[in-house]
Design a protein around this ligand. Sequence first.
Ligand code: PLP
Length: 377
Amino acid sequence: MDISTLCIHGADDNTHRTGSVSVPIYQSATFAHPSVGESTGYDYSRVQNPTREQLEKIVARLENGADAIAFSTGMAAITAVIELFRPGDHIISSDDLYGGSHRLFEYISRKNGMSFDFVDTSDLSAVRSKIKPETKAIFVETPTNPMMKVTDLAAISVSAKENNVLLIVDNTFLTPYYLNPIDLGADIVIHSGTKFLAGHNDTLAGFLVANETELSEKLRFIYKTTGACLSPFDSWLVIRGIKTLAIRMEKQQANAMEIANWLSKHPKVKKVHYIGLPTHPAYQISLNQGRGFGSMISFEVDNEQTARQILERVKLILYAESLGGVETLITYPMLQTHADIPEEERIRKGINDRLLRISVGIEDSKDLIMDLQNAFK
Ligand SMILES: *Cc1c(COP(=O)(O)O)cnc(C)c1O
């Protein structure tokens, strides 16, 4: 079945017999048992809830995983993944990372005895050189946030398998509509469901998708024990969001392509980082491993004054954190998502006072370009 059909019919809801086209919201904390030692399959909503279960089935199918687990936020999902490891374990991670993941690794996981090497995972030899006996996982974000570096997942998964380490991929930016990391050798896929999957900037959610059941059982044990589960209502919102994932992604990508091209020609724009531009260094890898480029763009303007002016003057485009929704949002990574990264390191990575990031939504592209044009003046 095509992915756009799965987005709408991916649930196999046999929990109700009413013919309801929309998955019902089972707003129940607990479930009564038919008799001693028997269960309907549902006992307590932290462990499983029928609405959430339908959402998890859809996401597992979209990502070609054995199982998907729905969390209250993306960070809750990433925190649960890290619970797989113990003091002394070593993880190699992308160095240009979502700010929250970086904060978790540096300030919480390190305190708990784990160690990290942050490397440019688009450089395979850099990753290989850091693998040591204590290494238990390679954690990749592709494309990275905000510099849009692309990692060759199939190549990196060969190294991961040779060394018996888990390959964990945060697929928030491309979504299963454009990229399926498990098909390329990943063991665990992460999503901030808050972003493209839910798609409307109206709820928070997170996912872990495992490639096989032994791993998913370990993750489910952590999940039911630590308890950051997605509520029935939020599960329903994400199910509804995913129904339009295909058409949103197509429109967002088409808009992003137009905006990236327009930015590339603007005299005050010095660099444009968009993986859909043939000038992107990993354009060929993106073409080979996925089906599209998504709608995340970062760009560098001529000076800080211009960057701040754009943020002050955009009207249609909202100056707000987050990404992936129908509304176009612009952020200043230096002050927002990446504020906790030490200045020297931040600047070395290119996250300077001239860098802005846009998550392109589904508005009309001409209106968006007009808004940017006015903001630059
Ligand atoms: C937003 C985001 C997260 C964290 O997700 P939340 O739902 O905000 O907790 C993790 N990874 C990436 C790439 C993100 O964009």
